[in-house]
Each structure stands twice: as structure tokens, then as C-alpha cells.
Design a protein around this ligand. Sequence first.
Ligand SMILES: Cc1cc2nc3c(=O)[nH]c(=O)nc-3n(C[C@H](O)[C@H](O)[C@H](O)COP(=O)(O)OP(=O)(O)OC[C@H]3O[C@@H](n4cnc5c(N)ncnc54)[C@H](O)[C@@H]3O)c2cc1C
Length: 350
Amino acid sequence: MGDPGSLASDPVVVIGAGLTGGLISLALARLGLDVIQVAPASPKTGASASGLSYGSLSLGTTGLTWRSLERLHGPLGWTACGIKLHDRGWLGRRLTLAGSRVDGPTLMAALPKALAAAGVQQRPALVQGLEAGPAGGWRLHLGAPPLGAPPLGVSILEARQVVLAAGAGCLGLWPPLARQLGISWAGVLALEINPRTNPWLRQVARGRLLLNQKEQRLGLEDQASCLAQDRWIVDASAAPWGPKGVLVGQISLVQPLEAPRRAPDPHRMEERLRQGLQEWDPQMASLGGTYRQVPVAFGLQGRALVGPVPGAPGLWTFTGFRSPFSTAPPRAAQLAASLAATLTNQEPQP
Ligand SMILES: Cc1cc2nc3c(=O)[nH]c(=O)nc-3n(C[C@H](O)[C@H](O)[C@H](O)COP(=O)(O)OP(=O)(O)OC[C@H]3O[C@@H](n4cnc5c(N)ncnc54)[C@H](O)[C@@H]3O)c2cc1C
């Protein structure tokens, strides 16, 4: 840790390298702060929620913030796109709504370069534990990313300011967040190449999103605090994925908040997803893609966790967003400004 008299020049450590970790790191660096981002190296596409996301912006959102980000940092995967609401029958098939999206694989490939160009140090490691330092600040216990083998070595990184932007990983790092943060398991069929074998898939090949007008996932998340057993829903939908692929989904499963957090059985989840898709289009249900699932953090009562953690000086959260591709970019700029103001106020007066 640096000299206690030079707080503003102490690096801010951001944990997480998905959408939220990327956005907050860029926003902090833009304000001239030193930033170290810690996350396992090169997660495979699909290992984070961001890489497996549809990345759609809420209808009516202009994409202005993404365009500004791209002006600063180069292409990040934002694109205008048509949206088909397939549950609206004949009208849904005819009408193409104007929307936009950020392509998950493109974003995940672009972020490391954008962060490096913005001066963010990227430290490839899993944070295995986080504890308050004896003289203030935080100690992060770092290990190698879990590749099926035990980590080779553990080291400690000390920092006065730490931002938790690790998605579902935030709960393991700071368990008291369980009072405000839930996890839903999202599953999709992922196809590296869109086979274009039916009219829906041909729509996706044209860059379009196929959605249900009524998104059931949000209703399920709203019920999270009163669930007595696992509940899942299928929002039959599809989206482009990278330059040639397609994601077909999606199933969302939420467990009771007090239940032990464990991944649901992927085989059962895939079965349920395919059953749900059957009602939409039997061809979509029998596609040969690989089933993938990831945990997605959501704020209880629809509230994102953006700001200082009460009773934990120097610890901040940036997670739990609803529609994060629309809502997180402006909130990143706000949180970065609050954090920078805190550091400036703590600077010793001459
Ligand atoms: C199928 C699907 C469709 C979706 N569609 C949309 C959509 O259309 N629009 C929308 O706005 N949102 C959508 N979402 C939700 C959105 O994608 C996610 O909420 C968002 O990407 C989460 O970003 P994140 O940075 O919080 O988490 P993640 O992308 O999961 O990133 C977490 C990061 O933290 C790191 N990490 C975790 N634990 C640790 C640790 N202990 N130490 C170090 N690093 C750690 C991980 O390695 C990773 O880098 C969708 C999600 C899915 C799965």
C-alpha cells in the first residue's frame, strides 16, 4: 500500500472484468485515477454473464452513452438492430422495431485493449478472499484462476479503495450483500454458426433480436425474497452471438435466498429450456447447440447496488443492475465521480 499521505494516488482496485468491471474501470481511469482491475485471465466466451448476453438495450434507449464510449475507446460492439416480438403473432412477424444491442463476445474481446489504452492495469487472478487490513484499507488474497487444478500460488494485494464489480462473484467476496443481492441462473443454447434453417434463425442472421414482449425473468426476480423452492421460467428468444453465432434461450432459475448457492443441474435445465422452446417453435427446440448457463446477479426489489458499502470504509459495489447494458454506463460515470470526490476530500490539506 502506498504512503498514507497520498490517498489520491493510491490505485483503486476493481474486482471483475465483465460489463460492470469494464465500465467502472474505464470511468475511473477517465477521471485520472490509477486503476488495477483483478479478474481471472481471458475468460472463455460464455464464462461470464457478459460474454453470453443478448446485450439488448431497453426499447426507447438511444445508445447515446455507448456511442460516446466508443468515441473514447474504439468499437465495443454496439450496433443498431431490429427487434421482432415473436409472441405478437402476425403483427410481431411483420413489424420490426428499432432497437440496439452490444454484442457480448465483441465487447469482451475489445475491453482488455480499451482498458490497456486507458492506462488500467489488468491483473489476472481470482480474488479468493477479501479482508479489512489491520491499519485500514483492504487485503485481497489472490490466486491463479481455477482451471481444474489447485492454484499455484497466493499473493496479497492491498488497497484503500476496492470496487466489487464481480457480478455473482460479489456474494462470495462480501457475504453480507446477500441481503440486497440475488442470483438467477440463465441458460441458453449457444451455436457458433447460425444454421439459418428456419425463418426465425434467418432473422437473427440479419442481426435481429427475437424477443417476447412480456419478459418473465423480471417478474421471477421480483418474487425472489418469497420463494420457498427453486422456480424457473423460459423466455423464448434468440439473438446474434459474435459475427456468425446465435444464442437461443433463455431459461432463468432463481433459488430461495436462504438456500445454499449451487449451480442447477445443467441437464435438467437444458431439458426445461427445450420444453419451453417447443411451445414457440419445435425446430428451435431441437437445435443442436451447446447448452450453457451462468449466474447473473440482480438487486432485490430491482435496486442496483451502486455506492459505498455501509460499515466498510473504502469498499464499494457496482452490481445488481436490471437491464445493465442500458443502465450501467451512466451509473459508472456517477460512481466514479463519487469515488474520486471521496479521495479528493481525504487528501491532506497543504
Ligand atoms: C443469456 C443472457 C441474456 C441477457 N440479456 C441481456 C440483455 O439483453 N440486456 C441486458 O441489459 N442484460 C442482459 N443480460 C444480463 C447481463 O448480461 C448481465 O447482468 C451482465 O452482463 C453482468 O455483468 P457483470 O459484469 O456484473 O458480471 P459478469 O459478466 O458475470 O462478470 C463478472 C466478472 O467478475 C469476475 N469475478 C467473479 N468472481 C471473481 C473473484 N472472486 N475474483 C476476481 N474476479 C471475479 C469474473 O471472472 C468476471 O470477469 C443477459 C444475461 C444472460 C446470461
